[in-house]
Design a protein around this ligand. Structure first.
Ligand SMILES: Nc1ncnc2c1ncn2[C@@H]1O[C@H](COP(=O)(O)OP(=O)(O)OP(=O)(O)O)[C@@H](O)[C@H]1O
Length: 571
């Protein structure tokens, strides 16, 4: 919770003023029953219209002041809650975008989304509620008790006798409901995760006729959420009737004792009426306290989840400069890596590429091809070995500098709901000529210019209004547009026909001579012209060399070549 203070600090003046206004409004609210009692007991018996009007006006004025003060303070509280949450959301989003891939894996994406959405919402509620009721409820309780003491000591004893029951009730309900709400939050997290998987994979779900299966899976989780919600709501539902029971019992006793005391001339009717109002005010304030506990505990738990992300230490720390003289642009030296420090996903990988050379990576699915790319871009740190670019250990290159070296197309990369030109430019402010040139190199120009609105053609989210091959060519255009030092194409030409694939390779060869290229592919034809080819299986190197060398030395490569291309070389 301490970590929330810096977020509230800029609003300290506004919070203080708001609380002061709230304080004044609450005190005035407390005055109203007292004025009423005074009027009934002392002013009305005098039968002076002028005095009755005067005190009546005073009541109206106090009511208007109390309402206005409460509304103003509530507005101020909402503004503080809104602006603080905006800043927290901003910081959280910024932090999430800087998290390393392994940190994202650890937190999990759905959990990060719910921290950014529902958790910030709970914090918003907590900040607002604490300002609105945090001051008002205790003042109503303490002030109420003090005023009732001045009105009638014996009746106050009735009130004090009921209070412990209410306190015990509030304590037990808070104790029971807080873990229930925590559990509910976890179920909602799970539901968001399933929903996200479902929406992302909606096509494959439909294609495999898994709609019913997924519907049932979602229904199960939805029922879980409803059950948890029911349990939490049931606990909270007890609060109001129980409070009302105590309230009504208390009021009955007050009326009985009050009537007895009025009959015996020990007190006045006005005081009894005022006392009944105070009694109600105080018990409702107790009810508010129980709500504050629940909202505070939800907000507190949510802020802790947010803070966990905000405080996540940078795990890809920039290391001291480590540079050697090297003739190679990219070199992997005996690199090993494991995602979860259990079994190795890559073992002892080595390769060296001079500037302008091309490396083809081929291998079975799950053999570690994309992992090599992730390590080269330092999404994860290697466990063993060293990766160097121009002789410089990549762990000593600042992330921004490292990433500007790459033009990259990942597997299942994303296109946004924007124009084709914007999707290629990707916020780099490139001139239209550069965009057109890169799409020409990527063999995308033909289909773009055939569209009636060309580069201003609007894509739907994820480019779902394009074919697989068109999407890949746009993504390759984006990667080429920055004229990158290193080009990475991770399984990004799989949807291209052989002719377009060959034209793309020719274009890369002719126009990107100084760009070092890594092509991950399933097809031998996509990588057979590469200077070096790495054949992987289960994270280990089965073969390394050019096409001719591998045909002689690597049995797996020979087999792949035979299956895919017959025994000859086709293009
Ligand atoms: N984020 C991750 N967390 C844990 N394990 C992972 C993660 N990404 C990949 N793996 C595992 O690492 C291994 C290598 O995966 P990788 O994606 O590099 O394979 P690949 O050769 O590119 O496969 P494909 O051709 O199917 O894309 C696989 O066993 C995979 O399950």
């Amino acid at each position: 919770m301490k970590k929330l203070i810096p977020y509230l600090k800029p609003y300290i003046a506004s919070i203080s003023l708001g609380l002061f206004i709230k304080f004044m409004g609450t005190i005035t609210d407390l005055l109203l029953p007292w004025i009423l009692a005074h009027m009934i007991d002392h002013i009305v018996p005098q039968s002076s219209i002028r005095l009755i009007l005067l005190w009546g006006l005073m009541m109206v004025f106090c009511s208007i002041f109390a309402i206005s003060a409460n509304i103003t303070a509530n507005h101020m509280a909402s503004r503080v809650a809104r602006d603080t949450t905006k800043q927290i959301r901003h910081d959280l989003f910024k932090k999430i975008s800087y998290l390393s891939c392994s940190q994202v894996d650890d937190f999990t994406m759905p959990s990060l989304i719910s921290r950014l959405t529902s958790d910030t919402y709970h914090v918003h509620n907590m900040i607002g509620m604490m300002q609105r009721m945090g001051v008002r409820a205790p003042i109503l309780i303490l002030g109420g008790i003090l005023v009732t003491l001045t009105l009638d000591f014996y009746l106050t004893l009735v009130l004090l006798a009921v209070l412990p029951f209410i306190i015990i009730l509030v304590y037990f309900i808070s104790k029971k409901s807080i873990p229930l709400y925590d559990k509910l939050q976890q179920s909602v997290d799970k539901m968001v995760r399933t929903l996200r998987e479902n929406i992302t994979g909606i096509r494959v779900i439909k294609a495999l006729s898994k709609t019913d299966y997924e519907k049932n899976r979602f229904s199960k989780i939805n029922t879980e959420v409803v059950e948890d919600e029911k349990k939490a709501a049931m606990t909270m539902a007890i609060t109001s009737p129980m409070m009302n029971l105590f309230l009504n019992l208390g009021l009955t006793v007050v009326i009985l004792v009050g009537a007895y005391r009025v009959n015996n001339g020990l007190t006045q009717p006005g005081k009894i009426i005022a006392f009944l109002t105070y009694f109600t005010i105080i018990l409702h304030a107790m009810l508010s306290i129980s709500r504050i506990f629940v909202i505070f505990s939800k907000g507190n738990a949510s802020f802790q989840r947010i803070n966990e992300v905000l405080q996540a230490s940078e795990d890809l720390v920039l290391q001291e400069k480590d540079t050697i003289d090297s003739p190679y642009h990219i070199s992997f030296d005996h690199v090993s890596f494991s995602y979860y420090n259990q079994q190795e996903n890559l073992t002892d990988i080595s390769f060296h590429l001079r500037q302008g050379e091309t490396l083809g990576i081929i291998g079975t699915t799950g053999s570690g091809k994309s992992t090599i790319i992730k390590l080269l871009m330092r999404f994860y740190d290697v466990d063993k070995g060293i990766i160097r670019i121009h002789g410089r250990n990549i762990n000593s290159i600042p992330q921004e500098e490292l990433h500007t070296k790459f033009g990259v197309v990942f597997q299942n990369d994303v296109l946004f709901a924007d124009t084709i030109a914007e999707n290629i430019d990707f916020g780099r402010g490139l001139a239209l000529e550069e965009i057109a040139a890169s799409s020409c190199f990527a063999q995308a120009e033909e289909f773009i210019t055939s569209l009636s609105d060309g580069y201003t053609h609007l894509l739907t989210a994820k480019g779902s209004n394009l074919s697989g091959g068109q999407k890949q060519r746009l993504l390759i255009s984006r990667a080429l547009a920055g004229n990158p030092e290193i080009l990475i194409l991770d399984d990004s030409s799989s949807a291209l026909d052989y002719r377009t694939d060959a034209k793309l390779r020719k274009s890369l060869y002719e126009n990107f001579q100084s760009t070092t290229t890594i092509i991950v592919a399933q097809r031998v034809s996509s990588i057979m012209h590469a200077h070096r080819i790495l054949v992987l299986e289960d994270g280990k190197v089965l073969g390394y060399g050019n096409h001719e060398e591998l045909l002689k030395s690597c049995k797996s490569y020979q087999e792949m070549n035979q299956w895919q291309m017959g025994d000859g070389r086709h293009d």
